[in-house]
Design a protein around this ligand. Structure first.
Ligand code: TRP
Length: 340
């Protein structure tokens, strides 16, 4: 069996479903890590279109979102020259591996998966079979390039745990003493859970309409920050305010690199010697400083959509060749050579 990396860089696989543009929650929870990892690891970034639950109703939108997600990746600085951007369904080996792996995932294991449970509650009455089993496809995604590390949002950790179990089980059942799949580790970002601009109770998300998008221009970001939920108990700038649980300060902690400024604002907020306006202005300025280089890159890729397409085409082709190598080993391990 070929070793996973043959002395090359260890591998990262991670993915995102193409269900919309990406926001600051994606950045702090995942993308920021991806940016760092792409220099140490060989990275496979997957757009998981097989796993869009309402694909049938949204084909045209999903087509657009595939390009938007790739554009978001390029804008923050992911580099298709050193990493592989790929579209899941154009690598149908995923479907084959998922079919096999499904036999070694107990039903109860999926029923107990907390992330899946929560998502199914949101879906309500009619849960498609493929939704129930999507974590198995995610396992197949991770095992396909034989990834060692999976940088994800916190909610994805139950799926990584399952991947580790399946990898161990597969190796034990079919490896004949060899490791067919490395047992991968999850890696959660610096900001595991970013609240929305509308208050501390909900995560930033598309459905809640409480997001700052990576593609928002400076004016939009400033406007959104001005409208942010702060401390509801504070009526005047001279009232002592609450820093803990205050989304504006959570964002300062997450994204303002000037610690002295943040500490000074917190101190004055607690004393009632700074107004919400100043705290928000400084947050908007910090966010816009972080986002300006993204905007510049985005303008370039929006003017040259063929570059986005090329990045996906090149990455997908490479990913597919890696997937085919893996499947040779999987088929051999499963003794599918009936007719040889
Ligand atoms: N399920 C992940 C999400 O909803 C997306 C995803 C698909 C993924 N395949 C993956 C993440 C493989 C990590 C590894 O965000």
């Amino acid at each position: 069996m070929t070793p996973p990396t043959g002395g090359e860089r260890p591998r990262v696989l991670t993915g995102i479903r193409p269900t919309g543009s990406l926001h600051l929650g994606h950045y702090g929870g995942a993308l920021e890590n991806w940016l760092k990892l792409q220099h140490e690891y060989e990275c496979f970034f997957l757009i998981a279109d097989y796993q869009v639950s309402d694909y049938a109703d949204k084909i045209d939108e999903v087509r657009g979102w595939v390009m938007e997600v790739a554009t978001d990746w390029l804008s923050v600085g992911l580099d298709p020259e050193i990493s592989h951007f790929a579209i899941e369904s154009l690598i149908p080996e995923h479907a084959e591996l998922t079919t096999w792996l499904s036999w070694w995932v107990p039903m109860g294991r999926l029923q107990r998966n907390p992330t899946l449970k929560a998502e199914m509650d949101d879906l309500g009455e009619s849960v498609p079979v493929a939704f129930f089993t999507y974590p198995v496809m995610q396992v197949a995604n991770i095992l396909m390039p034989r990834a060692h590390l999976v940088p994800v949002g916190e909610d994805q950790l139950p799926h990584i745990e399952m991947t580790r179990e399946v990898a161990r089980r597969f190796n034990k059942l079919f490896g004949e003493g060899e490791e067919i799949f490395p047992v991968p580790k999850g890696l959660v970002g610096r900001v595991p859970r970013l609240v929305g601009i509308d208050g501390p109770d909900a995560k930033m998300s598309k459905s809640k309409n409480n997001a700052i998008w990576l593609k928002d221009d400076a004016e939009t970001v400033t406007k959104k920050v001005k409208s942010m939920y702060t401390d509801p108990t504070r009526l005047r700038a001279t009232d002592p305010g609450h820093v803990e649980g205050n989304p504006v300060f959570m964002y300062h902690d997450a994204f303002n690199p000037d610690e002295d400024e943040v500490n000074d604002l917190k101190e004055r907020y607690r004393l009632g010697t700074v107004g919400d306006v100043e705290v928000k202005e400084k947050l908007a300025a910090a966010l816009n400083t972080m986002m300006d280089p993204w905007r510049e890159r985005r303008a370039h890729f929006e003017a040259h959509p063929e570059l986005v397409r090329e990045a996906l085409a090149k990455g997908t082709a490479h990913y597919r060749s890696v997937a085919q190598e893996t499947m040779v080993d999987v088929r051999r391990a499963l003794k599918l050579n009936y007719l040889d």
